[in-house]
Structure formats: C-alpha cells, structure tokens
Design a protein around this ligand. Structure first.
Ligand SMILES: NC(=O)c1ccc[n+]([C@@H]2O[C@H](COP(=O)([O-])OP(=O)(O)OC[C@H]3O[C@@H](n4cnc5c(N)ncnc54)[C@H](O)[C@@H]3O)[C@@H](O)[C@H]2O)c1
Length: 260
C-alpha cells in the first residue's frame, strides 16, 4: 500500500466497514488499520475476510504502529444481524467513530426480467443496510460527541449507464440519504458524506466487466489516463474520516480521474 498521509486523529478510533472482505472494502480495511485505527468489518465472504485478517496481522511495518482488526460474518440483508454486530463491535473495540457503508452488488440485470422480489433484493443489498447501519451507530457516535459517516455512491447512474436499474437507482438514492441525514445528525457533530468512485480497477471489475473495448472508454473519458485504483478511493476515505475534514458534511466527493 503506497498511501503516504498520516492522520493522527484516526489512531485508536473504531471504524466500521461493510463489505470489507474484497475489492475497495478490503483496501479500506487495510488503509485504516495502517493508520492505527481499530477496524471492524462485515462481509459474506468468510474465507477472503479471514485471509485479510491474517494478512494484516502478519504485516510487519517498523515505521507505523498498526491498529486492531476484527471480522464479523454478516449478510447485510439481515438487518437484525447487522444491528447485533454493531452492538458487539462497541463491546469488543469501543464506540464506533467512523462508519463506512461500502457493500454493494453491481450484478447486471435486464429491466424486463426484474421481478418485485428481485427489485427488493437489489435495494436491500445496495441501499437499505446503509440507512440501518447509520441508525444503529448513531447512539455510539452521539456518546462520543461526533463521528464521520461515509456512504459509497457510484457515477454509473449519473452517466446514464444501463443494464442494472436496481443498482443505479439505489446508488442515486445514496446521495439523498446522505444529504437528508447530514441535516438530522449535524447538531450532534456527526458528519455524513457520499464518496463516489469512478471506475475502479478491482479484481471483480477486471474479471467481470473490463474488456479491451471498455478500456478504450477509460482512455477516452477520463481526463487523467491512469487507472483509478482502490487506494485512490481509500485516500479520500481517510481524509473524510479524519478530523482534518471536520467542516465537510452533506457533500459528494468524487474520485474518478475526471470522467467527462
Ligand atoms: N469498483 C468500481 O468501479 C466502483 C464504481 C462505482 C462505485 N463503486 C462502489 O464502491 C463500493 C465497493 O465497490 P467494489 O467494486 O469493491 O465492490 P465489490 O462487489 O467488489 O465488493 C463489495 C463487497 O461487498 C460484499 N457484499 C455484497 N453483498 C453483501 C451482503 N449481502 N452482505 C455482506 N457483504 C456483501 C461483497 O462480498 C464484497 O466483498 C460499492 O458501494 C460500489 O457500489 C465501485
């Protein structure tokens, strides 16, 4: 991991990350761990998540004092389980100061094939858990005197990307969730922001969706021609979680290489 910024305000903070077992989420887990934070994460991918914990615990970095990391298996469509784990995290690591609502699923689907049940499932995976995680961490953050909530959005709906209306609709709604709750939680010094990645070259994107043709789209549409990597998203998340962004709330922070 090449990130160079050091945020002393993140040291010993409890950070809760959903979908931390792979992709951008796994990078977030490592980035916060390297800042000395106490990181709790949930995912359905148990083997990958356990491997990440082992990898982090084996990290030998003489220059930095690492934090703690804990994985809790959870299917986020089960809100009761999510709430229970958020309570357990407080007991295990202390009150949650930073929440990163990262988990999602961009599985493609034809709009003509979508049933009511499938629609509801897309909302559960891509939107509903974000709200209930915020509701559940609220008392912990209030007790701490403040906190930072980061909801992962997506540029896909803004760019009129088709082929996954259950994903793009939910991701557009994340902006509304952020702005409405930023107002409600502001008096308690709890900040709520959206972090919107562009097209990030995770393992899943490379194996599922990136082709020689789509790679040309990146070349054509991004002002900056380098690939957006999970670390670039993590860099913004660290800033938004730290006290250095203490007056930033209700905003959407985009990391997309200038996709126009
Ligand atoms: N990669 C991109 O190009 C890109 C672009 C725009 C937005 N985003 C957003 O960034 C975030 C992370 O993206 P990613 O590419 O790393 O996604 P990903 O699909 O690679 O990883 C998502 C993680 O969430 C977990 N997850 C999915 N459903 C779950 C469930 N029901 N319960 C628990 N865990 C579950 C997965 O197991 C996985 O570890 C998402 O919110 C995504 O919408 C990503």
């Amino acid at each position: 991991m090449k990130l160079s910024n050091n945020y002393p305000s993140l040291r010993d903070k409890t950070v809760f990350i959903s979908g931390g077992g792979s992709g951008i989420g796994a990078c977030l887990v490592e980035a916060f761990y390297r800042q000395g934070a106490k990181v709790a994460f949930v995912d359905i991918l148990e083997a990958e998540s356990q491997a990440l914990v082992s990898h982090l615990q084996a990290l030998a970095d003489e220059n930095r004092q690492h934090g703690a990391v804990r994985f809790y298996p959870c299917d986020l469509t089960n809100i009761e389980r999510l709430k229970q784990i958020i309570g357990q995290t407080e007991q295990d690591l202390g009150a949650i100061a930073v929440l990163i609502n990262n988990a999602a699923s961009d599985t493609r689907h034809n709009f003509l094939d979508v049933t009511e049940e499938y629609w509801d499932q897309r909302m559960q995976i891509n939107l509903r858990h974000q709200f209930f995680a915020i509701q559940a961490v609220y008392p912990q953050m209030k007790q701490l005197g403040g906190g930072s909530i980061i909801n992962l959005g997506s540029m896909s709906w803004y760019e009129s990307q088709g082929g996954m209306p259950g994903y793009t609709s939910a991701k557009a709604a994340v902006l509304g969730l952020t702005r409405g709750l930023a107002r409600d939680l502001g008096p308690d010094k709890i900040r709520v922001n959206t972090l919107t990645p562009g097209w990030v070259m995770t393992e899943r994107q490379l194996t599922h969706w990136v082709t020689p043709e789509t790679a040309l789209d990146i070349e054509k549409n991004q002002c900056l021609k380098d690939s957006v990597m999970p670390e670039d998203v993590a860099a913004m998340a660290l800033f938004l979680a730290s006290d250095d962004s203490k007056l930033c709330t209700a905003q959407n922070f985009i990391v997309d290489g200038g996709w126009i």
